[in-house]
Design a protein around this ligand. Structure first.
Ligand SMILES: [Mg+2]
Length: 181
């Protein structure tokens, strides 16, 4: 496999970092130790990244908006330190019982990103660990990668999704897409 993507949409929890559920403080936010190795491989192909994340913990009252801001700052700094071009972080704080067009699998956050950053959607890839990530990709008509970290293992056999790629984790997936042994 050797494929190049211009923009890579990244889910957050369970894709880039451990997902203990409703991370409410930056102290509890931990990237996987392979995440930046994976993103640097993609970066070698000159692509941009954009994080798109559902954070219903805000609507549930479990995550305070200012704490989410701190987590976002930490993520942005980490990308900067690793010289990775992060276009933006979009989050949706909706409760799943009352979702707007922004909550994945709806595509509102992607449409914002496409508009804000002039993303060429057909050259994009979505990487995520849950049904809604892959479903959003299907709605947008773009390639998708289900990673088997986070909730990935649990949802991999679901008939509701047909990801383009399934990978043990984002590093294994990056190597596969880029044709690296
Ligand atoms: Mg996730």
């Amino acid at each position: 496999m050797k494929k190049r993507y211009k923009t890579i949409f990244l889910d957050r929890d369970g894709t880039l970092n451990f997902d203990p559920g409703y991370i409410s403080t930056v102290k509890d936010f931990k990237f996987y130790n392979f995440t930046f190795d994976a993103l640097k491989l993609f970066k070698n192909t000159d692509c941009n990244f954009c994080i798109i994340t559902n954070q219903s913990g805000v609507a549930r009252g479990l995550i305070k908006p200012n704490e989410l801001d701190q987590i976002n700052d930490y993520i942005k700094n980490s990308f900067k330190k690793n010289k990775l071009n992060l276009l933006d972080i979009y989050f949706c704080s909706d409760h799943p019982n009352n979702p707007s067009k922004y909550r994945k699998p709806n595509t509102g956050m992607f449409e914002m990103a496409i508009k804000d950053h002039e993303v060429e959607i057909k050259n994009s890839l979505i990487i995520g660990d849950n049904l809604c990530d892959i479903q959003a990709g299907n709605r947008l008509g773009i390639d998708t990668m289900l990673v088997l970290t986070g909730k990935g293992q649990k949802v991999r056999s679901s008939k509701k999704i047909k990801p383009t790629y399934v990978a043990k984790n984002i590093l294994v997936g990056a190597k596969y897409v880029l044709g690296i042994e």
